[in-house]
Each structure stands twice: as C-alpha cells, then as structure tokens.
Ligand binder design. Structure first.
Ligand SMILES: *Cc1c(COP(=O)(O)O)cnc(C)c1O
Length: 445
C-alpha cells in the first residue's frame, strides 16, 4: 500500500484518504507518496485506444486500488471527464494540448473535479462535513466552486480580491449559489490568502472542519499526471518534450510524477512569466522568492514562491521548507537534465499570441503563450527535433481584452460560459480584516 509522507519529514505517514482530507501535513510540509507505481510499456501502448476517462482510471487506480473500489472509481472518472481534450497539430513535430474545455475553461477543472468527487466519497463514508476555504487570484476559485457545487457534505467559501479579477472570472463563482459562497475582499490576493491561512491556524474555528482545495493537496496533484499519459499515448512512440506554463508548479509536478512512473519524457520545460525565481535557481543553485510577485498578463502564474517547489526538491533528494529555505540541496545535475526553465517577458508573451495566430491561425491566451514561447527558445537553443507538446491551460475567451487588442477578434465563448452573462450574481463584500472574516465564519453554520 502506498503511504504519504511529509516533505518536512516531521509528520507520521498516512493513507491517501487522510492526505486528501488533511491537505497540508501538520509540520507544514506537503504530502508525497512513499513509492510510485510503475506503468509498464504494454499498459502505455494499450492506452492508445482508451478514452480519457479510461486512462484516468488506469493511472489513478494504481494509487487507490487499496483505498477505493474499482466500480466507484470508474463512476467518478466517467462523471468527471465528460469533455474533450484536443491535441492540435501546429507543425509536424509540435502539438498543443488544450486543457481548456472543462466547465470553467481552465486546466484546473481536471484536478478540482476529481478531488471534489474523491473527497465526497470519503466524507459520505464517515458521515462527516467539511468547509472548504479558498483564496483565489482568478481561476482556482471558479474551478473549485464549480467542482464542489451541489455536494451535500461540503460547503465552499471563496475569497477573491474585489478589484483584481475579471468580470467573467467573478461570475464563475458568484452565480452558483447553493453550497457555494463568494466573498469579495477589499484588498489584494495576498490579503485573501492571509485571511484563509489565519483561519486554518485558529483553534477556535477547529469545530468547522476547515479544509483547503489548493494545489498543496495531493488529491489535486494526482489527476494532473493523467493528461501527460493521454497526450503521449495518442501522439508518440518515443521520448517527448512537454512545455508547461507554470505558477505554483502543480501542473509540472504532475508531469514529473508521470515521468517517474515510467512515461518516456525527454525534457520538461518549466515556462514562467517575469516571476523568474525558478530559472534563476537552476542557473545559480541559489533560491530567492520574489516578494511581492510581479504582475503579468498570465495572472494565474504570478507566483513569487511556487508552493509545489518543496515537492519537486524532495523528489530530487533535497529538502525545502514552506518558506523556501533549503536545508538539503537536491541533485541539481539531475534536475537540470530533466527540466529546462526560462522566463518569458510580458512583451514576448503578447508577441507570441500575435505570431502564432499569424503563422498557424491558432489562438493562444497569455498562459499558453508563455509555454509556447519557452518551447521555441528550447528548440532553437538545442536543435532537439523530438515531438513536443505545449500545454494550453486556459481558454482564450477568458481574456477577451488581450485577444481583441492583439488579434482584433472576439474569441467565441466555450459553451460552459455562454449563459454566464445573464446569470444573477450573489456575493458579499468584507474588509481585509480577520475579525470580520472570523465573525462571518462563526455565523455560517
Ligand atoms: C493555475 C494556472 C496555471 C499555473 O499552474 P500551476 O499548477 O500553479 O503551475 C497556469 N495557467 C492557468 C490558466 C492557470 O489557471
């Protein structure tokens, strides 16, 4: 049976069920599996003819076979993965994988929906209730709210910075109702995150059974290994390159886990925006978080200290605490062999959207453009001619102003977002003060 241990190495090993309900380890580390199941070459080959849901079952079942019955897991993956995952050909050796067709048009749907169903399964077993608190800078809130919408045992409260998110992003959280509550905080994203953290640490609120749904939860990481297997099995026969637009490095971490489960990946490209702490670390072996993080058009990647870095470093035999202090250096040579990382400027991001449209008639948005630009740098520098797959993590229609300005077109809204415009919003506004937030929480149940 796979056990989950903390990257800070000061918490007891636990089961998947405990890890998904707890989120973070008591010693503030992140949970990692103590061994990785191996996917054989035959299984990989057999995935060529499987649906996305079947591949998801095959991979996730390797982790959960002692913890959840196969028929339950099959039911979950079939409910969750009911939308397409297009692989668009750009050139003979470059593809774009569109992870933007889920209900909130962000790749976060892949993980949030699966995690929500798994949590619900375990909570029903125990007849337990949970209150999920999430701070969002845009995409997480919508994906999490949508994923947990209508569940009996789980309530969700999403905090967003009043003036820092787009109207469409806000509407994805404020038009649901039922078990979803949205709160506008008169402050910045950092204020929202600070309020949530304080509530988690508040002993007086323990009775509320608070949990988080961010990418520190291993339950959100596991589903993100699946699309790497999917893309490989549909497109490739030998080693591939994946370019991953990265912020908190949860997406990239999913890919790295897939590699160490046996997926033939030649290189990962950790594509970042102007928040360049990670490529600098690979270059200098010296890590310094960027505070406050730099504002870029790829808003979901404005991260000055990626939370999943502790996991990455741990997998490469090092140790980093939650603040970013490294107490044991990872195997830098191996890291550099597996990962190429580069920072893409805001102007290059925008130029890339323009060029890719002019040359290939393919519409990217700022996150996917960072990934594509980084891939081009890598290919030019190394002359590597292996098959390359660049991930597109959001739908261009989520960024109508950028796309309109650059391409003079109004990208069509995905179906899931088309009737958002007319729906009525409901949310309350609170100051960025802990007492006000705490009072609100005490009065929710
Ligand atoms: C969250 C997000 C990212 C960054 O993913 P990480 O797992 O945090 O690295 C990239 N693009 C979009 C659109 C996102 O919402």
């Amino acid at each position: 049976m796979i056990r989950y241990t903390s990257t800070n190495e000061k918490s007891p090993a636990i089961t998947f069920k405990q890890a998904i309900i707890q989120g973070q380890a008591p010693d503030k580390g992140l949970y990692m599996p103590d061994k990785l199941p191996q996917i054989s070459a035959e299984t990989l080959l057999s995935m060529k003819d499987m649906s996305y849901a079947e591949i998801a079952f095959t991979i996730v079942n390797q982790f959960l076979k002692d913890e959840i019955p196969e028929n339950e897991l099959k039911k979950i993956v079939n409910e969750v993965y009911n939308y397409p995952v297009p692989l668009e050909r750009v050139t003979d050796s470059i593809f774009i994988m569109r992870l933007d067709q889920g209900p909130t048009a962000s790749f976060k749907d892949f993980a949030a929906r699966m995690m929500a169903r798994l949590m619900q399964y375990y909570l029903k077993q125990q007849n337990k209730n949970l209150l999920i608190l999430t701070a969002t800078s845009g995409d997480t809130g919508g994906a999490v709210a949508n994923a947990f919408y209508g569940m009996d045992n789980i309530k969700v409260i999403v905090l967003f910075p009043e003036k820092e998110i787009s109207l469409r992003q806000r509407k994805q959280m404020t038009t649901l109702g039922k078990n979803i509550t949205a709160i506008a905080i008169k402050g910045k994203f950092d204020d929202c995150q600070a309020l949530v953290k304080k509530a988690f640490a508040d002993k007086e609120l323990e009775y509320l059974n608070l949990s988080s749904a961010n990418s520190i939860n291993f339950g959100r990481l596991l589903p993100q290994t699946v699309y790497y297997f999917y893309a490989y099995s549909k497109l490739a026969k030998e080693e591939v390159i994946f370019s991953v637009p990265s912020g908190n490095f949860g997406n990239l971490m999913g890919g790295i886990l897939a590699k160490y489960m046996g997926l033939p990946v030649r290189k990962f490209i950790a594509a970042v925006n102007e928040n360049n702490e990670f490529p600098l670390f690979l270059e200098t072996s010296f890590y310094k978080p960027i505070k406050p993080s730099i504002v870029c058009p790829s808003t979901a990647m404005n991260v000055g200290h990626p939370s999943n870095l502790a996991r990455l470093i741990y997998l490469y035999k090092g140790q980093m605490d939650e603040k970013g202090n490294i107490s044991r250096m990872p195997d830098m040579n191996k890291l550099i062999k597996d990962i190429f990382s580069i920072s893409i400027s805001n102007s290059e991001t925008m130029q890339t959207i323009k060029q890719v449209y002019e040359k290939y008639k393919i519409i990217l948005e700022p996150h996917g453009a960072v990934g594509f630009a980084a891939l081009q740098h890598y290919l030019t520098k190394t002359k590597d001619n292996h098959l390359a797959i660049s991930l597109e993590t959001a739908h261009p229609a989520k960024f109508p102003d950028d796309i309109k300005e650059l391409l003079n077109i109004d990208p069509e809204l995905p179906k899931s977002m088309q009737n958002l415009e007319n729906k009525e919003e409901q949310y309350l506004t609170l100051p960025a003060e802990y007492d006000a937030f705490k009072n609100f929480l005490k009065n929710t149940n």
